[in-house]
Design a protein around this ligand. Structure first.
Ligand code: ARG
Length: 548
């Protein structure tokens, strides 16, 4: 996911034996606050620890953030991923950690993808069944072609993908900067409707594109967002070639928390984030305020207060929470950020997202109908309430899982007020219309599991997605880790998390912004990059996101 806004090769940076920098020995053991034990916070903390610093991780709820895996009470070995569940192989910084920690992955069964036995598309009551995408009716081929053509003609698609493959940063930047200003203010839907390709193809094609989309499926709930958000995804193959983490996505944050790195400054062998915290992170953060005590880099220290009262002072603080929480969930000293940064924080747009899972006795959908020869049920895309249904197989000798519905935005909002039970009923109603002969209910065991991220006060939304005109806000948030030119009163607090990245809703952005924050903290404390491995901040001026 070499991102066009900042095509820095984080994977090479991570793989370089020279390491991610150092701090003076006199600072070994210095405590740095990390708010949030999601992927971004844990990557930051893990790397801070490797440099000999002492991360102090605060967590309001569960370790793992939106890499949250739930388990069915009736069969705890059977799990479901409530947040991130499928990770594009182009996320090379993410896979650096997946491999380092020895986690297994599997092909994720997306619509029409290679590992998916069969896919059903049901729109306007018309049902299509395919095992091989090549067998899709001409109409759907035309829809896919129109999208390809629009990208080619209006967004330099081939050239951009080639430049990304070649890591040709200058071409990437030149192409991107030529589109940035205009496309920042163009919505995804505007881009489609204004393209020659879709104008010629007609409304029905645009409508079907919204339902079936690209990569993992229907993207019409993103229609109001800036087209820049979508281009970033398709250029970097972020919605293709997905893999899941065996045993659940939460294995990754758990492993980061428990892993004792081989090469570490200062800390004895066997030290892990878990041992540094004696097994549990600190509690929820209630308050973050500047003190009047001098700290590092000309800035005063920052005080972090927990909900149950404990206060501690730090020279540097990394906040990885969804940025809205800085004004809603945490009492944050207004003077910590410049007013323009507050604007960027407050104008953030979060997508809602909901999932409902049921456990079934076995992967019965693989059986074939004796008359039609088709699988009893397929990965399903529909314009009904449920929108997307995924079939998750744990092998013939284990119960299986159906993700009855995974939705975004308006489609997720429809579920928000409903109980798990009621959600399941409505979803089954949709599926029974699509698969009239199949008795899905008779296979269901245990209780349904559901989530609406927007109803969780520690998240308030599933993932960010910039609306038209939001580029400037994202640019501010993203580049905030380079504090060289910043007023002293604003230094020392760093933001990370996928919502600070250019690809919110992808774990890669959590990892890479965590590394940015690490870089910022090291500079702030008076440390430096390894000479042979300059970090992200060293490249911002050259290939960083252009200010508009
Ligand atoms: N990556 C997430 C998934 O695979 C969803 C992120 C979608 N982002 C968006 N703007 N809609 O489901």
């Amino acid at each position: 996911m070499l991102n066009p806004d900042f095509p820095f090769s984080y994977d090479h940076y991570l793989a370089n034996d020279a390491g991610l920098g150092s701090v003076p020995e006199s600072l070994y053991g210095t405590e740095v606050a990390v708010i949030g034990a999601g992927l971004s916070g844990l990557v930051t903390a893990y790397e801070l620890m490797k440099l000999g610093l002492k991360p102090v991780v605060y967590e309001a709820d569960q370790i793992g953030g939106r890499l949250r895996t739930a388990s069915f009470a009736a069969a705890p070995q059977i799990t479901c991923d409530l947040g991130g569940m499928r990770f594009p192989v182009s996320s090379k910084a993410l896979y650096h950690y997946i491999e380092l920690l020895g986690l297994d992955t599997y092909d994720f069964p997306n619509p029409l993808a290679e590992p998916t036995d069969s896919t059903v598309i049901e729109l306007k009551g018309q049902k299509i069944y395919v095992e091989d995408p090549a067998d899709l009716p001409v109409f759907y081929q035309e829809v896919a072609d129109a999208w390809k053509q629009a990208l080619r003609e209006d967004a330099h698609f081939e050239q951009m993908q080639q430049a990304i493959r070649d890591r040709d940063t200058h071409t990437i930047k030149a192409l991107w900067d030529s589109m940035l200003e205009e496309f920042d203010e163009e919505s995804f839907y505007g881009f489609i409707a204004n393209s020659k390709a879709f104008k010629q193809a007609g409304f029905e094609h645009r409508e079907a594109f919204g339902q079936v989309g690209f990569g993992s499926g229907g993207w019409d709930t993103d229609f109001p967002n800036s087209i820049l958000e979508i281009l970033r995804v398709v250029y970097t193959d972020a919605d293709d070639y997905h893999r899941g983490i065996t045993g659940g996505a939460a294995k990754l944050p758990e492993a980061l928390w428990n892993h004792a790195p081989e090469k570490m400054a200062h800390w004895p062998a066997g030290t892990s984030l878990s041992t540094l915290h004696v097994g549990a992170p600190r509690g929820a953060v209630a308050k973050v305020y500047r003190t009047s005590n001098p700290g590092f880099n000309g800035a005063n220290t920052i005080e972090v207060t927990e909900r149950f009262g404990r206060t501690q002072e730090f020279g540097a603080v990394v906040s990885t929470v969804q940025s809205w929480l800085l004004s809603t969930g945490i009492d944050t000293d207004e003077d910590l950020f410049a007013p323009e940064l507050w604007t960027a924080i407050e104008r953030s747009h979060y997508m809602q997202s909901s999932k409902t899972f049921v456990m079934v006795d076995r992967p019965f959908w693989k059986d074939r109908d004796p008359v039609t020869g088709q699988h009893l049920m397929s990965m399903t895309l529909t314009d009904r309430l449920s929108r997307a249904t995924y079939l998750l197989d744990n092998g013939e000798d284990q119960p299986a899982v159906i993700l009855l519905s995974y939705t975004w935005n308006d489609d997720a909002l429809k579920w928000l007020s409903l109980s798990a039970e009621r959600r399941m009923e409505l979803m089954l109603h949709s599926l029974e219309k699509i698969y009239p002969g199949v008795d899905i209910r008779s296979h269901i065991v245990g209780q349904p599991i559901t989530v609406s991220w927007e109803s969780d006060p520690n998240f308030m939304g599933a993932f960010k997605a910039n609306l038209p005109g939001h580029y400037r806000y994202q640019q501010r948030l993203y580049t905030h880790f380079d504090q060289q030119a910043m007023a002293a009163e604003h230094r020392g607090i760093f933001l990370a998390g996928d919502d600070v990245s250019w690809t919110a809703g992808w774990a890669e952005g959590a990892v890479t912004t965590g590394l940015n924050a690490l870089w910022g903290v090291v500079q702030h404390l008076g440390g430096a990059d390894a000479q042979a491995n300059p970090g992200p901040g060293a490249f911002l001026a050259e290939i960083g996101p252009k200010a508009l």
